[in-house]
Design a protein. Structure first.
Length: 175
């Protein structure tokens, strides 16, 4: 099954509803994408509204989506966020990396990261940064796509009382 990637898809209520559905499903399947507990679509919609407000053409962040080529179903997405600070404008923060739980483990996550890297290179960026929740093994997933760990704040993410996770910074150098 192949995916079709689109950067800066046309925004609108239909797309936002699709994203809310994917984000909710990926979160509730154990994803580390802004929540530490089971979420309702309503909670995700509220978080999504804030996020969408920063995405082009409304803001400087860029959205990369992947649809199943055959069906058009939204399969995966990530954000390439601007720091909104000139001295940091030569790189972007990759965030909200998610693949629909039904479609995980088939290489789509790696393909999504590869497309983000290709896009960043066409923009002439020097690097891509990630903030990763420790304790899920995600570091090795990103390492396979060329990211290296450059920092780690121990226990910075309190998932639950007595369950603190590291906040891991990873970097893909494009220079
Ligand atoms: C992380 C994620 C994007 C990977 O997408 P994917 O399509 O499953 O990735 P791929 O098929 O390209 O790669 C799968 C490999 O990544 C690793 N991997 C994927 N998700 C993982 C996870 N949550 N924890 C640890 N390793 C993971 C596995 O080792 C797997 O390797 P295997 O096939 O040898 O078992 C996807 O699991 C996801 O959407 N997770 C929920 C959201 C999330 O937590 N995002 C990370 C934000 S930092």
């Amino acid at each position: 099954m192949t995916l079709t990637f689109t950067i800066d898809p046309a925004p609108g209520p239909g797309l936002h509803a699709e994203i809310t559905g994917l984000w909710t499903a990926a979160s509730n399947a154990g994803g580390a994408i802004g929540f530490v507990h089971r979420v309702t679509e309503e909670e995700v919609r509220a978080a999504g509204e804030k996020q969408f407000a920063g995405i082009a053409p409304a803001g400087p962040d860029r959205l990369l989506i992947a649809r199943e080529t055959a069906t058009g179903r939204l399969a995966a997405l990530l954000l390439m966020e601007s720091m909104r600070f000139g001295p940091m404008d030569h790189w972007r923060l990759v965030s909200k990396v998610m693949v629909h739980p039904d479609l995980q483990g088939r290489g789509h996550g790696a393909a999504l990261l590869a497309e983000a890297e290709r896009t960043a290179r066409t923009w002439g960026l020097d690097g891509l940064k990630l903030q990763v929740r420790g304790g899920l093994g995600l570091e090795s997933f990103y390492a396979r796509s060329g990211y290296t760990e450059v920092g780690r704040v121990p226990g910075a993410i309190r998932v639950a009382p007595g369950d603190d996770r590291d906040d891991v910074t990873m970097w893909l150098d494009l220079r």
